[in-house]
Design a protein around this ligand. Structure first.
Ligand code: F6P
Length: 323
């Protein structure tokens, strides 16, 4: 292996730049050339590559987003399209790829690997919905943003004794809502993994006020309602039932922005460096997962054929603490 490529794909997540920096610097330390592939798999298809040197990744460890930019590339599912990408990679003498991203990124990396381009994947998504790793790059920063937002909302909610519905991202996973709600001290958490009953929620809110609560924070995962905004749906429903003042806040893409936390920079640096070591030692077709504090390799087949489950004990705990 003489030259490796690096790409970021799908939704960006804070810490991707720290991973790119680690890949370039570790690559150089091992005597490898490193090429950046712009705009994820779209850049593979377009041959949009650039050399990355030590100075190109200087001063990016603290930046959110990705210097390589990111795109979703549904056409990469087509084998004929991927053949174009493989030709471009070969013309640029790229011997292996480190792909940074979530589920779609893994599927693209798996296909390339099967078709002869060695790839290693680093899990990076704010959703933390990837099987085979405790944490993905970006979710810690995202949770800090969610918790700070909930703290801010609580002050105004208390002042006017209001109920706030706070919608967080996560696609089909309730991880952000669960951990954001637990750490933010929410009174109610609604996630796709657990059936909910809005009459019950309304009763809880009503009883909470009767016990002397001055605010009620309901954190809802975007994935609980598919026909529109989850928060507005829940907000309208609860307002009709309890008659109290209800306000809705959708946190949206601010959850993906901002500077990465120390934790995300740390895991991104470790995973980035380890991915290069793996490729240089001839390992391929694996994602690097975090198991406790350790990094372990997990085959793509295992990652892609399993669903990451939420820790329901944490859900029960959040419910117990939300009295
Ligand atoms: O997968 C990351 C994520 O932020 C999800 O939580 C969210 O549902 C989705 O991406 C939003 O995608 P887009 O940025 O394309 O609107």
């Amino acid at each position: 292996m003489k030259k490796i490529g690096v790409l970021t794909s799908g939704g960006d997540s804070p810490g991707m730049n720290a991973a790119i920096r680690a890949i370039v610097r570790k690559g150089k330390a091992l005597g490898l050339d490193v090429m950046g592939i712009n705009s994820g798999y779209k850049g593979c298809l377009a041959g949009d590559f650039r050399d990355l040197d030590l100075t190109d990744v200087s001063g990016i460890i603290e930046e959110g987003g990705t210097i390589l930019r990111s795109k979703r590339a549904p056409e990469f599912k087509e084998k004929e399209e991927r053949a174009k990408a493989i030709r471009n990679l070969s013309q640029n003498e790229i011997d292996g790829i480190v792909a940074i991203g979530g589920d779609g990124t893994l599927r693209g990396a798996n296909a390339l690997n099967r078709e002869g381009v060695p790839t290693v994947c680093i899990p990076a998504t704010i959703d933390n919905d990837i099987y085979g790793t405790d944490m993905t790059i970006g979710v810690d920063t995202c949770l800090n943003t969610v918790v700070e937002s909930v703290d801010r909302i609580r002050t105004t909610a208390s002042a006017l004794e209001r109920t706030f519905i706070v919608e967080v991202m996560g696609r089909n996973s309730g991880y952000i809502a669960l951990m954001g709600g637990l750490s933010g001290g929410a009174e109610v958490i609604l996630i796709p993994e657990v059936e909910y009953n809005l009459e019950e929620v309304a009763k809880n809110i009503y009883n909470g006020y009767k016990r002397g609560k001055q605010h009620m924070i309901v954190v809802v995962a975007e994935g609980i309602y598919k026909e529109g905004s989850a928060a507005h749906y829940v907000g309208k429903n609860l307002k009709e039932q309890i008659g109290f003042e209800v306000r809705v806040t959708v946190l949206g893409h601010m959850q993906r922005g901002g500077n990465p936390s120390a934790y995300d920079r740390g895991i991104a640096s470790r995973l980035g460096a380890e991915a290069v070591t793996c490729l240089s030692e001839g390992k391929k077709g694996v994602m690097l997962g975090l198991h406790g504090h350790n990094i372990e390799t997990v085959d793509y087949s295992e990652v892609l054929s399993n669903k990451k489950e939420l820790d329901m004990e944490l859900y029960d705990l959040a419910e117990t603490l939300a009295q």
